[in-house]
Write a protein that binds this ligand. Structure first.
Ligand SMILES: *Cc1c(COP(=O)(O)O)cnc(C)c1O
Length: 454
């Protein structure tokens, strides 16, 4: 027997209960089919309350905007609205959904590159525009209705600090003065503040970006503008595991493995990037570390309070962390290319974000028996060699048989929608809301299914 490298995923108690309740999962599959994405709005509410509690403890005025692009679920979006959050939308379609979910326009901000049509709607509604470029500022100024103003944030990038990763988004700091001038000269624009969003959880990077952004706020005040918001974006992490050790052990084994040993031939997984899946620290801790980090010996929270700034955050993955799982039926097991395969009623693109290998083991619903000694590869149902749900060997904790249900844990962040296609005539899995009511689960179709006409 070769060594086993299990990568056990952390499980929220709600997911844990559902995974142990084979009857409930069967009921969901009988009613809605396999595969299925199950979302847990209760978990999202818990995540939102956790982040809010940190901000309140530090006495920082704040707004939390749910980055809707992380999951297309209407249930999760509606839950965010009910929890009093704002919505961060990146397209006209997301804007329409946010309005339908009950977010008033003044609790919506639009980020990312925007089309002319999107800009017209932003201006007409008075949604806050988080401007990606000077071109957008010009378009917004032209679209503003006479007698009213469009609230804008300047999304900044090009920070001097070497620890802030470069970004393709935002207005380069070298152009910040021109952007401030553009806003100052446009009667239809109201500068609410400045923004950034970093693709890193490094607290030092966020503090450096904040410091450089505050210099732009000061420059704005010197021009007679009155920004009051600093938006630090999202990027708070997900807590994928309870214990990082198995992940670290796996990363070492992968680095030392012969080609084809732990990965399907022809797929080099490399050494797993950036310890993403090895993270066991919750997003609340990332936020806490940011607020207690120091700028010239004073905690960030104190600096923000003294400068009378309102902190905006735009979490996506942190709000939906553990707020969903994906289940699929095992079709059959086979041997091919000298390896053991478990063939699933699922396609790779419906469960992996941007073709990224997910380094967490799925679990067998209601699974009993011994862990599988040998690792297996999980195959999808598309007629493509590349359609392997796992390109790495996974070490399952129970023996799967035809008709069993395999569950992928913690899939609500980007995994469900980012890359999903209907290739091969397999529509993306339906999305279902699972609510724990007492000791029973109730299921309801996520109304986003209506968008697919199914
Ligand atoms: C994607 C995105 C977010 C959300 O990022 P997470 O890493 O999911 O928290 C927030 N703000 C902007 C501008 C984004 O593009």
């Amino acid at each position: 027997m070769s060594p086993r490298y299990p990568l056990p995923a952390a499980r929220h108690p709600i997911a844990e209960r559902l995974l142990a309740d084979g009857d409930a999962v069967r009921e969901a599959i009988e009613r809605f089919g396999s595969p299925l994405h199950l979302v847990f709005p209760q978990v999202m509410a818990e995540n939102a309350a956790g982040l809010a509690a940190v901000l309140e403890r530090h006495g920082v005025p704040y707004n939390i905007f749910y980055a809707h692009k992380v999951n297309a679920s209407h249930t999760l979006l509606g839950r965010a609205a009910a929890a009093g959050l704002g919505a961060d939308v990146t397209s006209e379609a997301e804007l329409s959904r946010a309005l339908a979910a009950g977010f008033p326009p003044d609790r919506i901000e639009a980020t990312g590159p925007k089309s002319r049509a999107f800009i017209e709607r932003i201006a007409a509604l008075g949604v806050t525009a988080n401007a990606d470029d000077l071109w957008e500022l010009d378009r917004l100024a032209a679209a503003a209705r006479a007698g009213s103003t469009v609230p804008v944030l300047l999304r900044l990038s090009g920070f001097a600090s070497p620890v802030v990763p470069p970004s393709r988004f935002g207005i380069d700091l070298a152009d910040a003065d021109a952007a401030l001038e553009a806003v100052r000269r446009a009667p239809g624009l109201d500068l609410r503040g400045v923004a950034f969003h970093l693709d890193t959880a490094d607290p030092a990077a966020r503090v450096d970006a904040l410091t450089e952004s505050m210099a732009v706020v000061a420059a704005a005040h010197r021009k007679g503008l009155r920004p009051s918001v600093i938006d630090i974006g999202g990027g708070f992490r997900q807590r994928f595991v309870e214990d990082p050790e198995p992940f670290q052990r796996y990363a070492r084994a992968l680095a030392a493995a012969a080609p084809g040993e732990l990965a399907w031939p022809g797929h080099d997984l490399g050494v797993p990037a950036a310890h993403k899946y090895g993270n066991h620290r919750p997003a609340t801790e990332v936020l806490e570390r940011f607020l207690t980090a120091e700028i010239e010996r004073r905690p960030v929270a104190e600096v923000l309070r003294e400068c009378l700034l309102t902190l905006w955050i735009e979490p996506g993955k942190a709000l939906v962390d553990h707020a969903g799982i994906t289940v699929a039926e095992v079709l059959y097991r086979k041997r091919a290319a000298g390896r053991d395969l478990v063939v699933l009623d699922l396609s790779r693109n419906q469960i992996t974000p941007a073709d990224q290998e997910v380094l967490l083991d799925p679990v067998l619903v209601d699974g009993r028996g011994d862990p599988l000694e040998e690792g297996v590869f999980l195959a999808g149902r598309l007629c493509l060699e590349s359609d392997l749900v796992s390109r790495r060997k996974v070490f399952l904790d129970a023996e799967p048989a035809s008709g069993d249900v395999l569950a992928f844990v913690n899939t609500a962040a980007y995994q469900m929608d980012l890359s999903a296609s209907a290739a091969g005539g397999h529509p993306p899995p339906r999305k279902i809301a699972a609510i724990l009511d007492g000791d029973r689960f109730t299921f309801a179709a996520d109304t986003s299914d209506d968008d697919h006409g199914s």
